[in-house]
Design a protein around this ligand. Structure first.
Ligand SMILES: Cc1ncc(C[n+]2csc(CCOP(=O)(O)OP(=O)(O)O)c2C)c(N)n1
Ligand SMILES: [Mg+2]
Length: 538
């Protein structure tokens, strides 16, 4: 039994106090004490199939809940296997605390077997790579939580030598720091001679609101709707912030840098002011070539300088938008019918290139969306399918579409869906993933089945790492290492304790998806798609 106030208990106390219900782990000797302390604190320790998927689960947990995610690994091979997950959280701006065990302190400086220098390993991919000490365990946990959650959020990695976890903690009282996104005060910074934000907005005739992750983290949905309706501005969202503005709203204007990117960039190009509200350039796939003026509204100053902005409104994104809306003295700028005309262009581009009589990827998105209740949480993976899902899956709530679009790491969709379903048992969860990403993570279906999770996994089966194969084709190269061996996805799912079904038409898919909201165990749909649409569009 761990000592009540040893370091492991203090760490677990902070995990529990941060409101984190699940910790995702792959074990090894040095974290046994920490896992036991975490369990004793009432936090469930979930075993992932490997460290990478455990980290994806922790990331998805944080995306779905807004609370920090935690993942645990052992030393050496466990920690090196965690690197991608830590990097994903940092680039995706998701608060994550990853803790790896380490050899006991007395051998840390010289021993070689399995001993990797975690500070060096994690420093380039984490906001902070620290080390637990018994004498300051509480302070280090506060620093880890505050660093991970402070704007812009990201990952912190902590090393815990085996003897530190059992050592008495001097700093044992749990005192939680605030874990929110930003202060509600709003600060204006203006370049000399520039116009103030209200004047800039008033001068604009065709302003467009571009919302991103900062808007989601500041829970700015209501403020976005008010600004859109009062000022008369179409709202574009980034892929990772899908749902922060309801996609059935008359002012919804699409998702940037997914499918139909030309239509989307044209909208921004034709506007005369872009109000970038919590938009994070980490999500840009295309360079920012616009000369349209930008009003930067975010939790942090415009330190990226991917776009130029002579004026910055920093602070809570919702408070900043409310301030702009409350100060508005003009007439609404856009009419709903003009935004509708843009959406018609978007839809035409989205459905382009379909193959008659085949199962097209946009049909998969449409059929599954129609079968899934409004409040469904969707995850997706990385590849050609993401581009269509990102644009075509209608989202109505913030944090209802979870994806990696900062690091854009394959292998997130399935473990992400498992974590989302564990966290939100009351809503249907759907994973929309490629066959490449499925192959990377398929054995996690066993966890989903063992838990009886009612999630739906839709595999866009094209026998290809399509996103890369397409680029080879453009260069006139043969498909090298981008074709996947034929895989019986449905059969594999069955063998892992799930229901599996293969479909190759929209009608078959509709039938397979009809039970989506009433599942009692995971359903894996192998959607044998035709890639003509990808070839036509990407
Ligand atoms: C971990 C990782 N490895 C490689 C890549 C590069 N990559 C991006 S998309 C892609 C192909 C994905 O294939 P699949 O999952 O089948 O999706 P599809 O493109 O076929 O829809 C690859 C290899 C990546 N983003 N992440
Ligand atoms: Mg594929």
């Amino acid at each position: 039994m761990p000592h009540e106030r040893n370091t492991a208990a203090v760490v677990a106390g902070y995990i529990q106090a941060a409101g984190t219900g699940f910790v995702f782990a792959y074990p090894g000797d040095p974290i046994i004490e920490l896992m036991e302390a975490t369990r004793s604190a009432g936090v469930e320790v979930v075993l992932g199939g490997r460290e990478g998927t455990a980290a994806s689960m922790a990331e998805a947990y944080a995306m779905a809940t807004g609370r920090p995610g935690f993942c645990l690994s052992t030393l050496g091979p466990g920690s090196t296997a965690l690197v991608n997950g830590v990097a994903a959280a940092t680039w995706d701006r998701v608060p994550l605390v990853a803790i790896s065990g380490q050899i006991e302190t007395s051998r840390e400086q010289y021993f070689t077997h399995q001993v990797v220098d975690h500070k060096l390993l994690f420093s380039p991919v984490a906001k902070w790579a620290g080390r637990l000490e018994g004498a300051s365990a509480g302070t280090i946990m506060r620093k880890a939580l505050r660093t991970a959650t402070a704007e812009r959020p990201g990952a912190v990695h902590l090393t815990g030598p085996a003897d530190v976890f059992t050592a008495a903690a001097a700093d044992a009282d749990v005192v939680m720091p605030p874990l929110g996104a930003a202060a509600s005060t709003v600060t204006i910074s203006q370049a000399a001679g520039g116009a103030d934000p209200n004047t800039q907005l008033l001068r604009a005739r065709r302003p467009v609101l571009l919302a991103g992750g900062g808007a989601t983290r500041c829970a700015a949905s209501t403020a976005l709707v008010r600004a859109a309706e009062t000022i008369g501005m179409p709202v574009v969202t980034s892929p990772m912030s899908k749902g922060v503005f309801p996609e059935d709203h008359p002012f919804f204007a699409g998702v940037l840098d997914m499918a139909c990117h030309q239509v989307m960039w044209r909208l921004l190009e034709d506007s005369d002011l872009i109000v970038a509200a919590g938009f994070d350039p980490v999500e840009l796939i295309k360079p920012w070539r616009l000369t349209t003026p930008v009003l930067h509204v975010d939790t942090t100053p415009n330190t990226d300088q991917v776009y130029a902005s002579g004026c910055e409104v920093t602070g809570d994104v919702a408070a900043a938008l409310d301030w702009l809306t409350d100060s508005w003295r003009g007439e609404p700028r856009w009419a709903e019918r003009d935004v509708e005309a843009h959406r018609r262009r978007l839809r035409a581009a989205y459905y382009a290139g379909r193959a008659e009589g085949r199962l097209n990827p946009s049909e998969v998105v449409d059929v599954i969306r129609a079968a899934a209740p409004r409040e469904t949480v969707a995850t997706c993976d990385v590849g050609s399918h993401k581009l269509l899902v990102g644009q075509g899956w209608q989202a109505f709530q913030p944090r209802s579409v979870l994806m990696s679009n900062g690091l854009s790491a394959m292998g997130f969709g399935l473990p992400g869906a498992i974590a989302a379903q564990l966290t939100r048992p009351e809503v249907p969860v759907v994973a929309l993933i490629g066959d490449g990403g499925f192959t990377m993570t398929a054995t996690e279906l066993r966890l989903a089945a063992a838990r009886g999770l009612p999630l739906t996994v839709v595999v866009f089966a094209d026998g290809s790492l399509n996103r890369i194969e397409l680029k080879q084709a453009v260069l006139g190269y043969p498909s090298t290492a981008t074709r996947l061996e034929d895989l019986d996805v449905a059969g594999l799912a069955e063998s892992l304790g799930c229901d599996g079904i293969r479909v190759s038409s929209a009608a078959e898919l509709e039938k397979a998806a009809s039970s989506l909201a009433t599942l009692t165990r995971p359903l894996v749909i192998e959607a044998r798609i035709d890639t003509a649409q990808y070839e036509a569009q990407f």
